[in-house]
Design a protein around this ligand. Structure first.
Ligand code: HAM
Length: 435
């Protein structure tokens, strides 16, 4: 578990707000589920998954309830759906925030990690699958990421999946001792997950394993065909990966994963999701189809660093007030600027002019506003542009207009510069990620 310090924390906030912009434009509204839920909410994720059996932060609270810190939010969203029974379907929600899994920490894998995600419940239409996948794709584009690969698969209807799992069990059991020891343990719990193994002895058996597509019912095949046709119509590049199974047990039919091209293969899943048509029912609600995804914030930002996009931005200020007098003038000027909507910080402790100018410089302020003895007596201030222009002495009453004029001139010249240099990618222009 880590602290996220400034300026990195500012990038996290922008990340969530760009995500909210993308999904709110498609009708998703924010749901804020609690961090802590009844343990039973999460055991529905499936008892064959490490997330439930090994990684849960669960404990008994003071009221003798068995509770857990959420390891993900899909189960919480389905619990909320079952509890509140929204009338208008699909129920489209998005969320962001921390999750907890007791995993072995390493780069891109933490015990407290953040996700942003969406879930859409109550509609079976494959075009909803297309929308959900497309929104994930669009968000990566908005961040400026280019090396993202989209893999899709279908696990079929529950019956198809069950017959496939049985066929896999027989196939891998026939390999006997030649299968790695870990995979033999996985096989006993969930034969599908053996397909995830990266261990060398397992590879020939994974290669020769039965293919899920051979088990699709006509309904499942039609649904998956429609999803692929929809993605093609939107020009979203994807590959069908028949060995993609994903780590959670609740998936049915469409599943997908976004992989980052610059990350280690063990941690290259930037995000993923799929359909989980039985989950609401398992949580006590009516039979309700659902689909969604969650994207890992930590890993996606590592990918951004690797690709040099969506950088952390240093703090910017309109003004830094250098108070050489130590009186109430600087207090008033700082307050006036802030209430006029400007960002202003100041020096304290009546430190020397030189020390305060150093702070002004470090603060990245556009202007140092100097309040000296003479200025305090005259009702004036010195406005010194920090980018090297000439300083001027002006009446205090003109300070806000002076700084505003400089700010709008600066924005105009930045706009002209960026129009010259930016690509025609309208999304990245909107979010300013492609400088
Ligand atoms: P997940 O694949 O377990 O799916 O997690 C989604 C993403 O969260 C991963 O691709 C990864 O980027 C990030 N993530 C997971 N564990 C960690 C970790 N320990 N440290 C850092 N990042 C991590 C789900 O959570 C499903 N709820 C997704 C979903 C939504 N399916 C349907 N709707």
């Amino acid at each position: 578990m880590r602290d996220i310090l400034p300026p990195e924390s500012g990038r996290w906030r922008r990340f969530t707000s760009v995500f909210a912009d993308v999904v709110e434009a498609a009708g998703y509204a924010q749901l804020i589920p609690p961090l802590l839920e009844d343990l039973g909410v999460f055991t529905r994720i499936g008892d064959a998954t490490d997330v439930v059996t090994k990684e849960m932060y669960d404990f008994v609270d003071k009221g003798e309830r068995r509770v857990a810190l959420r390891p993900e939010q899909t189960a919480s969203v389905c619990r909320a759906f079952a509890q509140h029974r929204p009338a208008a379907l699909p129920w489209k929600v998005f969320y962001s925030g921390p999750n907890f899994r007791y995993e072995k920490p390493q780069r891109g894998r933490y015990r407290q990690f953040d996700q942003v995600g969406i879930e859409a419940l109550g509609v079976d239409d494959p075009m909803l699958d297309v929308e959900v996948i497309a929104l994930g794709w669009e968000f990566y584009q908005a961040l400026g990421l280019r090396q993202v690969t989209l893999l899709v698969n279908s696990l079929g209807e529950p019956d198809d999946r069950a017959r496939y799992v049985e066929a896999l069990r027989l196939h891998f059991e026939a390999a006997g001792e030649e299968l790695s020891e870990q995979s033999r343990v996985t096989l006993a719990k969930n034969p599908l997950r053996v397909l995830d193994s990266k261990r060398a002895p397992d590879q020939p058996f994974i290669e020769s394993a039965p293919q899920i597509a051979d088990f699709y019912s006509p309904e499942a095949a039609n649904h998956f065909d429609a999803v692929q046709a929809g993605l093609r119509s939107l020009d979203i590049p994807f590959a069908v990966e028949s060995k993609l199974v994903r780590g959670l047990d609740y998936y049915r039919r469409t599943i997908f994963e976004f992989q980052g091209g610059t990350l280690d293969s063990a941690q290259n899943a930037l995000g993923g999701g799929g359909r989980y048509d039985g989950l609401v029912e398992a949580l006590g609600g009516p039979a309700t189809p659902g689909i969604g995804f969650a994207l890992g914030v930590d890993r996606t930002l590592i990918a951004c660093d690797d690709e040099g996009c969506f950088p952390a931005e240093p703090r910017q200020l309109d003004a830094f007030i250098v108070d050489v007098v130590g009186g109430l003038e600087a207090v008033a000027i700082t307050a006036e600027l802030r209430s006029a909507g400007m960002s202003a910080d100041r020096g304290y402790d009546n430190r020397s002019m030189k020390a305060q100018m150093k702070l002004a410089n470090r603060s990245n302020a556009a202007f140092a506003v100097i309040v000296g003895e003479q200025e305090a007596a005259d009702g004036t201030v010195v406005a010194k542009p920090m980018n090297g222009g000439d300083q001027v002495t002006i009446p205090r009453s003109e300070l806000i207009a002076h700084l505003s004029a400089a700010r709008s001139q600066d924005t105009r010249s930045q706009d002209t510069r960026s129009q010259d240099t930016r690509s025609q990618d309208t999304r990245s222009q909107k979010y300013g990620t492609h400088d």
